[in-house]
Structure formats: C-alpha cells, structure tokens
Design a protein around this ligand. Structure first.
Ligand SMILES: [Ca+2]
Ligand SMILES: [Ca+2]
Length: 217
C-alpha cells in the first residue's frame, strides 16, 4: 500500500513537472553596448534617453541607404535547455534604417548573414523615433514572423546582431522563455543588477577601431 502511494505520488509530481516545465520563467536583459565583441563600423554611442546612457549602431543618416558591415556579438550562458525569444529595445526612424541581421548559435548555423543575405535571419525592426521594444522576427519575402530559438543544451551561446541598414539603433536585448507575442504579457525590461553575475565593461576600444578606419580612408 505504501509502495502504491509512492508510485502515485511520483506520477503526480512528474505530471506537475510536465505541465509546469514548459516554461520555468527565465529572463535576462543585457545592455547592447556591453557586447563581448564589436566589429566596426558598428559602434557604441551616447544617448541620455537610452538605458545605461548608451546604445550601438552603425552611424548614418536615416533616410539614405547604406550598411551591411559591422556587428555586435554576445556570449550568453543559457542555464536550461528550452525555447527562447529575443526582444530588442530599438529606434528605427524610417524604411531605410529599420533592419538588422540576427543569428544565435548553436540554434542557428554558423552563417554570415551579411554575406548570404538569408532572409531567415533578417530582422524587420518596428519603426519609431522613440526607444521602444520589438520582438526579434524574421522578415521573409512572404511575410514577417516572430522568431524563437531551440536551445537544446545548457551552455554557452553566441548571439550576433549585424548591421543591415545604418542608423538602426539597439539599446537593450531581452532574453526570455515566455513566447507570448504580447509585449504587455512579456513585459521586456531594462537590465537590473542581478542580470550581470559577471561584471562586464563597455567596449571602449571600438571607438578607436572606428577612428582608425575613418583616418585610413
Ligand atoms: Ca540608412
Ligand atoms: Ca543601452
């Protein structure tokens, strides 16, 4: 009798894990300017209205074309396998400054989207000239759909956000296993101290790289 109770109890707990295990409530926000690597002409810039007072972009006038070079990369430790969504806090002035390329390995292949122009990785950024949240989507030729990433094992991942059009600005990246497309439900937020277990510094050296590039022209 006691054994039967144990079995039933185990099954009950297993059932609870199954129903509640779909989402365990992971979330983390990181300042875009705290990138682990930055390739010019992507650079860190100042804005008093941005979280942390800084953001990243390829500098450029909004209405003209241009871009396709430079990126930021983030080494992100994901503690649990699962399905994740990304949100970006962005400014995109107009139709010539409203996209990035996004690849998140190992869920995505090791592919240079700036070279392949693979629309699977093309993020059509919601336009506004105020800082606002936009869930990272893929802007396919047949329509724009919210993206999600299957992270199959806990461990290190590499998120690359690459310039597609200059003047598109990125302030914060918010990582969550809440797959809702409703911003009010997900409630993406700016970083808080507990997001940074290991303190990191902004990549000041990138301004140097950019300066050298300009001087070399
Ligand atoms: Ca532009
Ligand atoms: Ca920021």
């Amino acid at each position: 009798m006691r054994f039967k109770t144990l079995i039933l109890g185990t099954l009950f707990i297993f059932g609870l894990l199954l129903t509640s295990g779909i989402s365990y409530g992971y979330e983390r926000a990181i300042e875009a300017e705290m990138a682990d690597a930055i390739e010019a002409p992507m650079e860190v810039a100042d804005d008093a209205d941005a979280s942390g007072g800084q953001f990243v972009w390829m500098e450029g006038p909004p209405v003209t074309g241009g871009g396709g070079e430079g990126w930021v990369e983030y080494n992100l430790f994901i503690p649990e396998p699962g399905t994740y969504a990304l949100w970006g806090k962005v400014i995109a002035w107009d139709g010539n400054s409203d996209s990035f390329w996004v690849t998140w390995q190992p869920a995505d292949p090791d592919e240079n989207a700036q070279e392949t122009q693979n629309t699977e990785f093309r993020w059509g950024v919601a336009q506004s000239n105020e800082w606002h949240w936009d869930r990272i989507n893929h802007w396919l030729d047949g329509g724009t759909f919210e993206r999600e990433w299957e992270i199959e094992a806990a461990g290190d991942t590499t998120l690359r956000i690459a310039v597609r059009e200059d003047a598109c600005m990125l302030d914060v990246i918010y990582i969550t296993d809440n797959l809702s497309e409703d911003e009010a439900e997900v409630n993406p937020r700016d970083p808080i101290p507990s997001d940074s277990l290991v303190p990191v510094e902004p990549q000041d050296k990138l301004a140097t790289t950019w300066g050298k590039l300009k001087a070399g022209r």
